[in-house]
Design a protein around this ligand. Structure first.
Ligand SMILES: Cc1ncc(COP(=O)(O)O)c(C=O)c1O
Ligand SMILES: [Zn+2]
Length: 408
């Protein structure tokens, strides 16, 4: 099936139009390219969408794939939006939701952009794909490549958690652990895209890739009964997810699916790598790259954020805010979220909960605001980072042993 919708690329900075091509940088001004669509793209109703299968692909009209037969779909998206009453009570707020993206096929939100980018790679006839990853994108790209039957090459800093490395390797990808930071791995991946003709999902396929993450915003709107919340808090590294969620909400409004959205986009980064938060808090337009990220939250350790300026612009435009959290605050948020709501996240996923806690304490988020915390990755890949819980006891195989251990 070919959609009637035309998709093309356009420079985000100077507006220069490009065709439906494999490119990511403007040749006039070096601005980032983004996907744009012909005006007839939005001819879709709430009822039509609601009747479709529960995956990110139910928002077909908002996605830049032309040929549905090239779709690589292993079930990404349409994850639960849960009302979190017990957690809300602990944090002192009244209306809190968790967007639980830990339950995606490879256990992070990265399945959304990967599903789209690997589909686009097939559409462009590319023979191989790859990515530069802080850990989660590796598994997501590798799994979608496996499903598409094409080779996958992953570039990651060697500091990434072993579980993430093994997971991606088990899907059949070739893993290159770069002795350096994420930014070093990213530069190498860009060279590989250019010189070796690999479809690097977050480099040369990036304008298409980021569109996949819009579906998180579209889902939040649909799951709230077709409206936007007051605030969405987003774990942030490159700034791509935060920008995409906002684009999704805006496009839902342009399409007439929701009305009068007024969502304050809110950015959460680890203190040891928080260039976007720093620029926002210091009210400067310049993002200073962090040369040596210093945090256990590896998945968010991007020192030079590719969509940082876009994210910063959105934070201001939407009346949002940004906050940095210590490693301990992130690790504590993992336990708080797990023990109140039964959702097990990695520190880089639960950072949105840590951010809400802090912003309420600072008085920067009102207690009666309707808030969605995006929880973007599972805790099973990072379980080694958590301190040993004190509720674990070894006992002899006797009832007496049980009594003593539990004081019963
Ligand atoms: C679990 C998790 N959450 C959030 C992000 C942030 O994504 P972005 O780079 O789009 O800001 C990442 C990025 O790698 C991630 O792994
Ligand atoms: Zn340009």
């Amino acid at each position: 099936m070919l959609s009637g919708v035309q998709v093309f690329l356009r420079c985000r900075e100077c507006g220069k139009p490009f065709g439906h091509v494999l490119a990511h940088v403007c040749d006039e001004c070096f601005g980032a390219l983004e996907a744009a669509y012909s005006p007839d793209r939005y001819s879709v109703s709430r009822t039509m969408i609601e009747a479709r299968p529960p995956s990110m692909w139910r928002y077909w009209e908002f996605l830049p794939l032309l040929d549905a037969s090239k779709k690589v779909d292993i079930g990404a998206g349409y994850t639960p939006l849960l009302r979190a009453e017990r957690l809300a009570k602990k944090l002192g707020v009244t209306r809190l939701y968790i967007k639980n993206d830990t339950v995606n096929p490879t256990f992070s939100f990265k399945d959304r952009p990967s599903s789209l980018a690997v589909s686009k790679a097939r559409e462009f006839g590319l023979g191989s794909v790859g990515c530069a990853s802080t850990g989660n994108l590796a598994g997501a790209t590798a799994a979608h490549a496996a499903s598409a039957g094409i080779p996958c090459y992953v570039f990651m800093p060697n500091s990434v958690e072993r579980t993430k490395i093994k997971q991606a390797a088990l899907y059949g990808a070739e893993i290159l652990l770069v002795q350096g930071t994420y930014d070093d791995a990213n530069r190498l991946a860009a060279l590989a895209a250019d010189r070796l003709g690999i479809g690097i999902v977050n480099v040369n396929l990036r304008p298409y890739y980021v569109e996949g993450s819009k579906t998180m915003g579209l889902e939040i709107a649909e799951q709230l009964g077709w409206r936007a919340p007051d605030r969405i808090i987003v774990p942030t590294a490159s700034g791509a997810l935060l920008s995409a969620i906002f684009k999704g909400i805006n496009e839902a409004e342009q399409a007439g699916l929701i009305r009068d959205s007024n969502v304050a986009m809110t950015c959460a980064q680890p203190l040891g790598c928080s260039p976007i938060v720093k620029a926002f808090r210091e009210r400067t337009d310049r993002i200073e790259p962090v040369r040596h990220p210093d945090t256990v939250v590896q998945s968010l350790a991007i020192g030079d954020p590719g969509d940082g300026y876009q994210a910063l612009k959105i934070l201001k435009e939407s009346g949002g805010t940004a906050v940095a959290l210590t490693d301990d605050e992130c690790l504590e948020a993992v336990e708080l979220l797990a023990s109140t709501e039964g959702i097990f996240a990695e520190p880089g996923g639960a950072i949105s909960v840590a951010a809400l806690k802090k912003l309420v304490e600072l008085g920067e988020v009102g207690r009666d605001e309707e808030v969605v915390c995006c929880v973007t990755g599972t805790g099973l890949k990072t379980v080694e980072l958590q301190p040993e819980p004190n509720r674990v006891k070894t006992i002899p195989p006797t009832l007496e042993g049980v009594r003593k251990a539990l004081n019963l």
